[in-house]
Design a protein around this ligand. Structure first.
Ligand code: ADP
Ligand code: MG
Length: 546
């Protein structure tokens, strides 16, 4: 075949492919333009899952009538002029490609500042006057009608609509001072108040029940909202990261965020978060991805650390779950009760600074096979004894695995445990940590180990299981999380179980320890340890006004 220079419409359609993958890309680009124009109000209407019509109206600065045609040319932009500008990009757009790309694969009409233009397949069809209204309206019709290959790659209508909703939600969450509204077909999908309050935007997008569970992040360079550990999701869809108010996807920053929840969330569960990271413009390169979805940092480590510091600070504010007597509860996975019935020994750490007078919980008894009832200055508490003990022991085991010395108890009869090769490897790799935790383990035959002593907290009958599970946790955990995972399994296998009968002194000891335990609101898997029925709530319910 001979080499030919492609005709402009073909070249444009190819370039458009990078920017305009699907209807949601159109929504994203048009909304970015509205925000760059300083809009305080952005209204999006979608018909036919974005294939029939995508209409974005804003009240921003608008396009001067003499420049309408120019705006649709490739590499025409008002946001950048020199190469140096590229090193410090403060606007969402900068390549001058979006309008040209969209108009290459759709029929686009734009009205702004008294003028209008219609462009289809890259060619100007109509130009003229329009009513002089503030802002800009862009209507995109028949997306991909002339590029059947693209159409074939679109997913179902529901999936494409969901992507549009997700795209607009991201900006609505990061720009709470702007009023956003999205209508899909005849249905109003969401609208945000635009009052500048991130929690109000989050309530509009995620619902009030979720918004109530969000903690404010107010770090030096990192702001936003993150969920308390008791709220979690099975996917990462609720995680939104932005850099200088540009929504981005970043595996490493997502990892930084999620690592803050280790020891607080079950495996496979993910937090809800909206985080905006402020980075000096010349420290971040946004020109690395065709859809500007990824960014590169000059000092990624420093950004990573800033995210972790700010999120960890916010998580200190984790609150106990309060029962509202007339509100629906947030759904959480249920906890499988164990059937074990022998009472386990509650070993108290000798160094714990707890005395009978200090922590303010008064135990009243045990109900329903595994809940402790207590009274505190805040109200009446129900405590899940297993979850509470798990939290206390988790903190303790984690400190030991990190080097604090524990109390070891020799076993009357050493226990032999069968181990798989990966568990044996973990045993060799982590023997120092396990010794600190209180284990004394000797190799015993090719696939076995002999446990001679165990942490004083671990009941003798569960020593083998506790060690085997801790070794599995060591072997399976992502690097950087292995100590937390091992501590969680030791705690789980050592804690009193649901169904164990605790006498009053054991109840008191557990409550005392729980009161001073950091992060005591949830167990290491993120399940709540307690439910508070507050005095004001009780008063309200019984309509007592004194
Ligand atoms: P970029 O955003 O990278 O500059 P676009 O192709 O998205 O490129 O837009 C081209 C130009 O058109 C912008 O630089 C801007 O000047 C103008 N423009 C586009 N949309 C709007 C809008 N909604 N309001 C004001 N000006 C706009
Ligand atoms: Mg743009």
């Amino acid at each position: 075949m001979t080499i030919k220079l492609l005709a402009p419409d073909v070249a444009n359609a190819i370039a458009a492919g990078e920017v305009v993958e699907r209807p949601a890309s159109v929504v994203k680009e048009l909304v970015e333009n509205a925000l760059d124009a300083g809009a305080r109000r952005v209204t999006v209407d979608i018909q036919g899952a974005g294939r029939t019509v995508i209409r974005v109206a804003d009240d921003g600065a608008g396009i001067p009538s003499g420049e309408l045609r120019l705006a649709f040319l490739r590499h025409a932009t008002s946001k950048l002029s020199t190469r140096e500008d590229l090193a410090a990009i403060g606007s969402l757009g900068f390549r001058g490609e979006a309008l040209a790309s969209i108009a290459a694969v759709a029929d686009v009409e734009c009205r702004s500042r008294g003028a209008r233009i219609r462009v289809r397949g890259g060619a100007v069809l109509e130009e003229g006057a329009a009513p002089d209204a503030p802002g800009t309206v862009i209507e995109v019709r028949d997306l991909f009608a002339s590029t059947p290959a693209r159409l074939k790659f679109l997913r179902s209508e529901a999936v494409e609509v969901a992507a549009c909703v997700q795209a607009l939600s991201s900006y609505a969450l990061v720009y709470p001072e702007v009023r956003f509204a999205l209508t899909v077909g005849e249905r109003r999908q969401f609208s945000t108040p635009g009052d500048g309050d991130p929690a109000a935007a989050a309530a509009a997008i995620h619902g009030a029940a979720v918004a109530r569970e969000l903690l404010r992040v107010a770090g030096e360079a990192v702001g936003g909202l993150v969920s308390q550990p008791r709220l979690h999701r099975s996917s990462r869809d609720g995680i939104l990261l932005a850099v200088n108010r540009r929504p981005v996807s970043s595996r490493s920053l997502t990892y930084a965020l999620e690592e803050c929840y280790s020891g607080r969330l079950e495996r496979g569960r993910h937090p809800v978060a909206i985080l905006d990271i402020s980075v000096p413009l010349d420290e971040v390169d946004v020109n690395v991805h065709p859809a500007k979805r990824e960014v590169r940092f000059r000092q990624e480590g420093a950004v990573f650390a800033a995210v972790q510091r700010s999120v960890r600070d916010a998580l200190q504010e984790t609150r106990a779950y309060e029962l509202r007597l007339d509100e629906p509860r947030i759904e959480r996975p249920s906890m499988a009760p164990s059937t074990h019935s022998a009472p386990a020994l509650l070993v108290t750490e000798p160094v714990t600074a707890v005395t009978a007078e200090s922590a303010p919980l008064r135990p009243l008894g045990q109900v329903g096979d595994g809940y402790l009832v207590a009274e505190s200055p805040d109200g009446v508490l129900l405590i899940d004894q297993h979850a509470a003990h798990e939290r206390v022991l988790y903190n303790r085991f984690l400190a030991r695995l990190r080097g604090a010395a524990g109390i070891s108890q020799p076993l009357l009869l050493p226990v032999v445990v069968d181990l798989e090769p990966r568990q044996l490897a973990a045993l060799a790799d982590h023997s120092a940590e396990l010794t600190a935790a209180g284990f004394s383990v000797a190799e015993f035959g090719p696939a076995q180990a002999r446990i001679e002593a165990a942490p004083a907290e671990t009941p003798a009958g569960r020593v083998a299981e506790a060690l085997a599970q801790a070794l599995t946790a060591f072997a399976d955990a992502r690097s950087g999380e292995s100590l937390e995972a091992a501590a969680a399994s030791l705690a789980c296998h050592s804690a009193v179980r649901f169904g164990d009968v605790l006498d009053s002194s054991e109840q008191r000891r557990l409550l005392d320890e729980l009161e001073v335990a950091p992060e005591s609101v949830t167990c290491p898997h993120g399940r709540p340890t307690r439910l508070v029925l507050s005095w004001p709530e009780l008063k309200r319910h019984f309509r007592r006004n004194y």
